[in-house]
Design a protein around this ligand. Sequence first.
Ligand code: MTE
Length: 314
Amino acid sequence: MAVYRPTHIPASEITPHSIYMSRRNFMGAAAASLALAGAGGSALAAPLQATPGAYKLDEKLTPKEAVTSYNNFYEFGTDKSDPSSNSGDFKPTPWSVKVDGLVGKPKEFGLEELMKMPLEDRTYRMRCVEGWSMVIPWIGFPLAALLDQVEPQGSAKYVSFETVVRPSEMPGQKGLFQPLPWPYVEGLRLDEARHPLTILAVGLYGETLPNQNGAPIRLVVPWKYGFKSIKSIVRILLTDKQPETTWKNSNAREYGFYSNVNPAVDHPRWSQATEQRIGEGGFFNTARRPTLPFNGYGDEVASLYAGMDLKANY
Ligand code: MTE
């Protein structure tokens, strides 16, 4: 059996984000936009209309340049710059998402139909398990709205998600070194999936999603570590069993099913108490801010976990 080595690495071993961003930023705006145009996905971005969302966040947005060039999307490679550099051949259209399992009305949704869902602006704080965070203006719609359409059965307790497998368009899925088993899979409890904060995003910064951010449709669960927010989804399955999840399968000691942002529960190899907000405080800022329980969304979501031991259920 293949042994998959976890490639999430401690913050201390990663190029400091301020230095990474300064290396990119010195290019200047013109060069940066050229670099993004070369990334393909961004070049295809189209303006997207949305209504103001219910959740307001009074925090400085992470610059779009950082949101679209500092990514984790291992299907395109494991370096932060790989997804923007290597996703130019990925084709997010045509696309469909199959929603089935324990539902009354299984259905395959075409992208055109998904884009007609009631789109909202949702600016969310996002926290990666590696110790960095961003504030991203997403455009999306509540996952609950999609689930309502397929009529989950009473026996459905969980929702699992699956990313597309396309080695011909995703260079990270080709070759000898495969950092993860494919497809990338994730899961939520049904009540987490139905929570109003949980959205399927189809855009960011007023445009359709760039390939590197999970085009054409990805999950966003802002109170959980970023790896739960699975990209380029092709299947959503309702089940009565806790779904397999890619990072837990790769290393169950380090990654659990719940993965709620929790400053009190350290990753076995590094602390989760603080984070670096990407793009904050200039190029050479190394200051870290405290990480908030549930990434600051505790008022909304803590009740989902009432009575649960969040150290055991990490
Ligand atoms: N989804 C897929 N299919 N493959 C991935 O490698 N990486 C995850 C998540 N979704 C990943 C994925 C991780 S580790 C993070 S932090 C977020 O995507 C990053 O999302 P962003 O690049 O849009 O900020």
